[in-house]
Design a protein around this ligand. Structure first.
Ligand SMILES: NC(=O)c1ccc[n+]([C@@H]2O[C@H](COP(=O)([O-])OP(=O)(O)OC[C@H]3O[C@@H](n4cnc5c(N)ncnc54)[C@H](OP(=O)(O)O)[C@@H]3O)[C@@H](O)[C@H]2O)c1
Length: 271
């Protein structure tokens, strides 16, 4: 129970700044107590202080580098043990890693630790407890690049495709067992991620950039609507529905006992 007595505590990763800090603020506004996770202790403390003062919720801080197995294990333990936590917001992420051709494989591996391994491990840690009580939520912050890898170089889009597919698979498994699962696919959102990854957000046309509070408010509105996939900027939800329906149309032909005719050469047919 939260300090207001009714809502689950939410654990938000990457809460020191950007989208995660906005989630923390909006969830506190809704009355959720919070556990905030990121590396920068000063920023976490300053946000926690403000939320306690202004939103009158209870806020704990868990300083952790989610690329470090030891730090990650502390967060997993908290998710396994803390009965008050019923919502996980897997938000921490980085767009570093560079162009694939640059061959920065250590940077790519580190990005995968944060964008792919961490959310999977954290969801895996909380899930048994949520399933046991038949209630809870996991929100995974992906990106529109999960649908459009040609818009941004490197392995970042691939890491976000994983988050989207993971979320769809998780929903398929546990959606009818009381667990709310949502993938959020932001477009360009004005946060530090751009500068941190060596990109200039101001070089992007202004009409493509959303302010962070608006993005998170839309994502939570999508959550309230019961959406499994939320694309905050997409004007017509039917566009997503048609895309998803086209994907599902492939299903009957994705696994068959013979190759398609176009892959059968004359030689193979004569043999
Ligand atoms: N901004 C966009 O345009 C955009 C678009 C689509 C998707 N997204 C996704 O949205 C999520 C949030 O990004 P953002 O834009 O808010 O970026 P941001 O402003 O750079 O914030 C990233 C957050 O993740 C934390 N973080 C980074 N590395 C970490 C690590 N190793 N361990 C623990 N925490 C770590 C950072 O805190 P510390 O530095 O204190 O650790 C910070 O709180 C990411 O998953 C990103 O991929 C962003």
């Amino acid at each position: 129970m939260s300090s207001t007595g009714s809502l689950d505590t939410a654990l938000v990763t990457g809460a020191s700044t950007g989208i995660g800090a906005a989630y923390a603020d909006r969830l506190a506004q809704r009355g959720h107590d919070l556990v905030l996770v990121a590396r920068n202790l000063d920023k976490l403390q300053s946000l926690a202080g403000r939320l306690v003062r202004e939103r009158r919720v209870k806020v704990d801080i868990l300083a952790a580098d989610l690329t470090s197995p030891a730090d990650r294990a502390r967060v997993e333990q908290r998710l396994r043990d803390d009965e008050t936590i019923g919502m996980l917001v897997n938000n921490a992420g980085t767009a570093s890693g560079g162009a694939l051709a640059a061959g920065l494989v250590d940077d790519v591996a580190s990005m995968i630790e944060l964008n792919v391994v961490a959310p999977s491990r954290l969801a895996g840690a909380i899930l048994p407890r949520l399933l046991a009580r038949g209630r809870g939520s996991i929100i995974n912050v992906a990106s529109v690049l999960a649908l459009a890898p040609e818009l941004f170089g490197g392995a970042y889009a691939a890491s976000k495709s994983y988050v989207l597919t993971y979320t769809l698979a998780l929903h398929q498994e546990v959606g009818d067992r009381g667990i709310r699962v949502q993938a959020v696919l932001p477009g360009v959102t004005r946060t530090d991620i751009w500068e941190r990854s060596g990109n200039d957000v101001n070089a992007i046309p202004a009409h493509m950039i959303m302010e962070v509070d608006e993005m998170v408010d839309a994502a939570l509105a999508g959550y309230d609507l019961g959406e499994v996939v939320t694309i905050p900027s997409l004007p017509d939800i039917e566009d997503w529905n048609r895309y998803d329906a086209a994907r599902r149309l492939l299903a009957p032909n994705l696994s068959r006992d013979h190759a398609a005719d176009r892959y059968k050469s004359d030689i193979a047919e004569d043999a």
